[in-house]
Write a protein that binds this ligand. Sequence first.
Ligand code: PXG
Length: 456
Amino acid sequence: MKLENPLAGAAGPASVNAELSLAEWWMPFTSNRAFKAAPRLLARAEGMYYWTPDGRQLIDGCAGLWCVNAGHARKPIVEAVQKQVATMDFGPAFNVGHPLGFQAATAIARIAPKGLDRVFFTNSGSESADTAIKMALAYWRAKGEPARRIIIGRERGYHGVNIGGTMAGGIPGNRKHFPAMMAGVDHIRATHDLARNAFSKGMPVHGAEFADELERLVAFHDASNIAAVIVEPMAGSAGVLIPPRGYLEKLRATCDKHGILLIFDEVITGFGRLGTPFAAQFFDVTPDILTCAKAINNATIPMGAVLAQTAIHDTIVNAAPEGQIEFLHGYTYSAHPMACAALLAAQKLYKDEGLFERAREMAPYFEQALHSLKGARHVIDIRNLGLVGGIELEPRPGAPGRRALETHIKCFNAEKNATLLRFTGDILALSPPLIIERSQIDQIIETIRTALERID
Ligand code: PXG
């Protein structure tokens, strides 16, 4: 396809001006045929906005993919990365280190829930999930209970796309091609309960008892065979599923009772999404291992991390003979210097601008605006927590998922206040940058309302 370049002469490298062939890039989690028949392209981003190659402005309603929490192209982060690439582009982390890696780990440990002060760097949320699972298994082996190998996930859970995360995840479509890898896992049921909890504001009242399922699985498998439970404290990508009141406390208590490790996947909830550094602090439930990624460095350079309780780190490290590698795991790009430089700048920016507190203060306004869509066409539920919103649409008979897709496209192409949204199935998801203003919240809601009126 031929793309004009209306940004020619504009600042930044965002121009798209060549003949662009869409065939070769096999796009991730995308309907490649549908997309390539009607592409939606982004070329530039700043603050709360994206621009398409033909210069149309879109409000970013989902912080990229739940990750650009401070807004786009923020100057301190841009400058830190520019400086780092010219100073030391890459530095290995296997038996050689660099100060940035240590500074980055310290910066994360400083804001982490209590005790989670050992930080292992990865490059994505998927790698963080698999690292956490390997860490849990290594822990039990080091502790002399190697039979503890079963991982318990949750239906509708999402822990990325690597083998461990796919296996522990609970989205059927993501798992169905890989049955041979699925040994050694089991799942508790999802917390979603539309019949009792529709249009709840914040945490729903009903459903703490869904955590009792863990007792059933413990009785079934025996605790001596179970290594860990992994859940998202608030499930994002499967459609914004908010934990019922008391649910996470129950999971924690059952894990404690049976000596099972609790892993929180905070890839979406980490770094202010709920108004606290991590969801663990929002819910006041502390896991043994915590995974994160995305907003760790405002998504500027791919990066993730796994935070472990000191005792887990010490058990693994002290079990190895002196001088030997204790945890045979790591990535070429673990603690990549540019990712670390972006991390330090992003974390400083979050702090200097009080962005986590800002999210907390903006949450009630966001809640009220979101729930004003109750009664809008097709809407059967609205859910929210912090700066996360989910709008569930009644599926069109015989065409599940179409309404949300069409709403997404209508919002993208809207003449006024065009907005980038996420959707999964028939659920629209909102997770704006934490710098969002009230007026921009209003604009997004009106764009969605208009789009819903215009689709069948
Ligand atoms: N865990 C959770 C809880 C996630 O949400 C991952 C792991 C995997 O992270 P990586 O960095 O490997 O993609 C995620 C990713 C969406 C959406 O809009 C959500 C994710 C990714 C892409 C889109 O729902 N979450």
